[in-house]
Design a binder for this molecule. Structure first.
Ligand SMILES: CC(C)(COP(=O)(O)OP(=O)(O)OC[C@H]1O[C@@H](n2cnc3c(N)ncnc32)[C@H](O)[C@@H]1OP(=O)(O)O)[C@@H](O)C(=O)NCCC(=O)NCCS
Length: 197
């Protein structure tokens, strides 16, 4: 079976509510005419894992802005990931994961945009899709640990202390290679006003 025959299906497509207005990409049709085709986030499929791994590894190696993940860890958590695809091919332009921590708390992890498409709204599309999914699940709070808090602040997050998330510290931070020299800042967003009832 070729990758063409297992490409994304309509059923796998999230129609992100908040991110629709931020879908920015312009595509060129075969005759060269500009055709606007909004990019949107989709649930990742299993064959996306190597490309997600490639993007995470790129940013870990170049800036260290994301923590490394093995390909095995990405397969294990593939259902957490959303991706934005290049409409002209299978290449991934952006990816990120919503990981549920507890009944009222989830974390955005492994947020990565292809370096050639930074600054074109793709990070926002991924975060908005994660927040939409968090609301659909009934989660009250989403947080992230990041070296780029200003990006998250543009999207409505507020800076907070990592001590607000003791479960995260106990479960994961203790095992992190950066534990004694952590350069990440906790940011959080309250979703209660988006929940029904
Ligand atoms: C950080 C990152 C995810 C941002 O994605 P992006 O697609 O370039 O950002 P967007 O175009 O969606 O930007 C959305 C808004 O955030 C702002 N923004 C983007 N990057 C920013 C930064 N580093 N600092 C401050 N603001 C930033 C944009 O100006 C934009 O604001 P606007 O809507 O008011 O114009 C991306 O640059 C990336 O993958 N970086 C390397 C990996 C990384 O740092 N991941 C985050 C770790 S949690």
């Amino acid at each position: 079976m070729t990758s063409e025959t297992i490409g994304p299906t309509a059923a796998a497509t999230i129609q992100p509510r908040a991110s629709e207005q931020h879908a920015l990409e312009e595509r060129r049709s075969e005759d060269g005419a500009a055709a606007t085709e909004p990019l949107c986030a989709e649930k990742a499929l299993i064959y996306d894992a190597p490309e997600i791994h490639r993007l995470i590894q790129y940013w870990f190696d170049t800036t260290g802005d994301v923590l490394p993940r093995t390909e095995g860890e990405i397969y294990e958590t593939i259902r957490d990931f959303v991706v934005v695809r290049d409409p002209k091919g299978a290449r991934l332009l952006a990816a990120g994961a919503l990981h549920v921590e507890w009944r009222d708390l989830a974390e955005i992890k492994s947020l990565v945009v292809d370096p050639s498409t930074q600054g074109r709204g793709l990070g926002r599309i991924i975060v908005d899709a994660c927040l939409d999914e968090a609301v659909d699940l009934g989660l009250k709070t989403v947080f992230a640990l990041t070296t780029t808090p200003a990006f998250f602040e543009r999207l409505g997050f507020r800076i907070s202390g990592v001590s607000a998330f003791p479960r995260k510290v106990w479960n994961e931070c203790f095992r992190c290679p950066k534990y004694n020299a952590c350069d990440e800042i906790a940011v959080t967003i309250d979703l209660r006003d988006r929940l029904d009832g």
